[in-house]
Design a protein around this ligand. Structure first.
Ligand code: Z5A
Length: 223
């Protein structure tokens, strides 16, 4: 597939949404066509799943939460992400499968192997070209959200120990696409670290750039 699939991950309040907006602006300035998505969400069905999973009055169980996340992901991958990549676009996603590892496996303590297998089924094996992980202690992220005045959703309102397990899982994440960023730094410093990593991946797609070899075809899996 000729496009590039970029993912921003991290615990609550780590600055993902802020970074996605800034990276999208930089990519567009560089002449690239960018599709921005967030997980869970990004299609009518996935937005329904998002409302259901985050609504405290519905009290989704850990397994129901998992399957709502994966239903949302399957719909988004099929209807938005794969078509955009096939059209040569840059897809920039606020969260993807690493969030399932952090929240449902580390946080909710669901069994690792079947959850990873179910996730692969949902994505058809699609893999990001780069996964930017914003490393931040749970208490700093939750404090940022409190200061911003946003009401807590069902998962943000979960017990503190869950958030610590989630933040530790993100900090321990490893893999060929994973790049860790120090999210305790300023918005501008985080953006610069992120851009250095992203630029290497999208270089060949930028009009007029001599370019490195693009990771075309490395997204993996089937449509
Ligand atoms: N979830 C899951 O369980 N399993 C899954 O597979 C998936 C998701 C995909 C929805 O995610 C929930 O779904 C989430 C995980 C779960 N649950 N929770 N809790 P979400 O992404 O919509 O919710 P979120 O993680 O809570 O994101 P957020 O609240 O939008 O936070 P953020 O995007 O990381 O941060 P932000 O909005 O960019 O910034 C927060 C504040 O910090 C804001 O005031 C900024 O101005 C400020 N900020 C940002 N960067 C900085 C820096 N560098 N320094 C200082 N202040 C900063």
């Amino acid at each position: 597939m000729p496009g590039a699939f970029l993912v921003v991950e991290g615990p609550d309040g780590a600055g993902k949404t802020t970074l996605v907006k800034r990276l999208a602006a930089r990519l567009r300035e560089a002449g690239l066509t960018v599709t921005e998505v967030r997980e869970p969400g990004g299609t009518p069905l996935a937005e329904m799943a998002r409302r259901a999973v985050l609504d405290p009055s519905l009290g989704a169980s850990p397994l129901a939460e998992l399957f709502l996340m994966l239903a949302a992901r399957a719909d988004l991958v099929t209807k938005v992400i794969r078509p955009a990549l096939a059209a040569g676009q840059v897809v920039l996603s606020d969260r993807f499968e690493l969030s399932t590892e952090a929240y449902q496996i580390a946080g909710r303590e669901l069994p690792r192997k079947p959850v990873l297998a179910a996730n692969r089924l949902a994505t058809g094996g699609l893999r990001p070209d780069v996964t930017l992980v914003l490393d931040l202690p749970a208490d700093v992220g939750l404090e940022r959200l409190a200061v911003s005045g946003r009401a807590h959703d069902r998962i943000e309102g979960a017990e503190r120990r869950l958030h610590d397990r989630v933040a530790r899982a993100f900090a321990a994440a490893e893999g060929p696409s994973v790049v860790h960023l120090d999210a305790t730094r300023s918005v501008e410093a985080v953006e610069q670290q992120a851009w250095d990593a992203v630029r290497r991946v999208v270089k060949e797609l930028i009009p007029g750039e001599p370019g490195l070899k693009h990771p075309s075809g490395t997204h993996g899996g089937t449509a």
